[in-house]
Design a protein around this ligand. Structure first.
Ligand SMILES: NC(=O)c1ccc[n+]([C@@H]2O[C@H](COP(=O)([O-])OP(=O)(O)OC[C@H]3O[C@@H](n4cnc5c(N)ncnc54)[C@H](O)[C@@H]3O)[C@@H](O)[C@H]2O)c1
Length: 279
């Protein structure tokens, strides 16, 4: 099914990764904006969530299961795709969940006639970029298998746009946190309410075919240009600068990769993420 170009806001929205950190925040902020918010995640993760409120639906689906994703995308106008491994891991784990899982999701979206997908991409798609402002057209420089999976997701989205007429917005989330925790976050912070506004606009803004945007608040010290924010109408309300006095002394050792590149600790050759800490 080929989607028709977007004229009106979506009414039925699928949120993958709904039980996660960002998913929980989006659930709170998006409630009531759409006729239906279908909250999807692994069955065990969904089991820990509060029950569905009016206008919500809980829908267990493993991203590695194409049939389950076809069920999840059935009848949806838009998808916010947050589900996946949010850290470095072994290549087979990253491939299965972040790469194959995103491929399964996009194929299900195509088959079910979904119009728009907003994808949780990452700063780690450009993690080896130096710490100076870059545009969204800067060459990709992934810093990990995780970062490669986000580059893959963006490329796959581009292909579904050009080949099948899907609409796709990649949000390169930098650091989603309640508040900045270290000096790096003065550039990378994305506050919860700004994240909610950004993802809502990523699925609501009319006339978008393919777009990549920085997922950050209005940080004075940002390393990513606000390219495309105007297209979406995104106007961040928070600025990490308010926390500068608290965190600017919390820095990585100055000779380290972590202090030189945008990706921080992910750019250290021995960084293993979840695979390294046994989680
Ligand atoms: N938190 C950040 O600062 C940040 C930065 C950049 C990108 N992102 C991306 O944003 C998204 C959400 O991040 P988060 O911080 O909320 O992570 P999270 O780990 O809290 O949430 C991810 C969710 O995905 C689910 N999931 C994992 N494997 C799955 C599978 N096989 N099938 C279905 N669901 C599965 C998990 O159960 C979890 O609820 C991720 O894609 C992450 O890569 C996050």
């Amino acid at each position: 099914m080929t989607p028709t170009p977007s004229m009106s806001r979506p009414r039925r929205v699928l949120l993958t990764g709904a039980a996660g950190h960002i998913g929980t925040t989006l659930r709170e902020h998006l409630r009531g904006h759409y006729d239906l918010l279908r909250l999807s995640d692994l069955p065990a993760a969904l089991a820990g969530l509060p029950p569905a409120a009016a206008g919500e639906e809980l829908y267990p689906a493993d991203l590695t299961d194409p049939a389950a994703l076809r069920g999840a995308t059935q009848g949806m106008d838009a998808v916010i795709h947050l589900g996946g491994i949010p850290d470095e891991d072994t290549y087979p784990v990253i491939r299965a969940v972040n790469m194959d899982g995103t491929a399964n999701l996009l194929e299900a979206a195509r088959l079910c006639g979904v119009r728009r997908v907003a994808f949780a991409s990452s700063i780690h798609a450009v993690g080896y970029a130096p710490r100076e402002p870059i545009g969204m057209d800067a060459p990709v420089r992934p810093d990990s298998f995780y970062g490669v999976s986000k580059v893959f997701g963006e490329a796959l989205g581009r292909m579904y746009v050009d080949r099948y007429g899907l609409e796709f917005v990649a949000v390169r989330i930098c650091s989603f946190l309640e508040r900045p925790r270290e000096a790096r976050n003065l550039a990378t912070w994305l506050s919860p309410r700004d994240a909610a506004q950004l993802f809502r606009r990523a699925i609501d803004a009319p006339g978008v075919t393919y777009l990549t945007v920085a997922g950050i608040s209005a940080n004075t010290r940002r390393w990513m240009n606000p390219d495309g924010w105007d297209v979406l109408g995104y106007e961040p309300e928070d600025n990490a600068e308010e926390y500068a006095a608290e965190v600017e002394h919390l820095i990585s050792p100055l000779q380290s990769n972590a202090a030189r590149f945008q990706g921080g600790i992910f750019t250290e050759p021995d960084y293993r993420g979840r695979a390294g800490d046994g989680s």
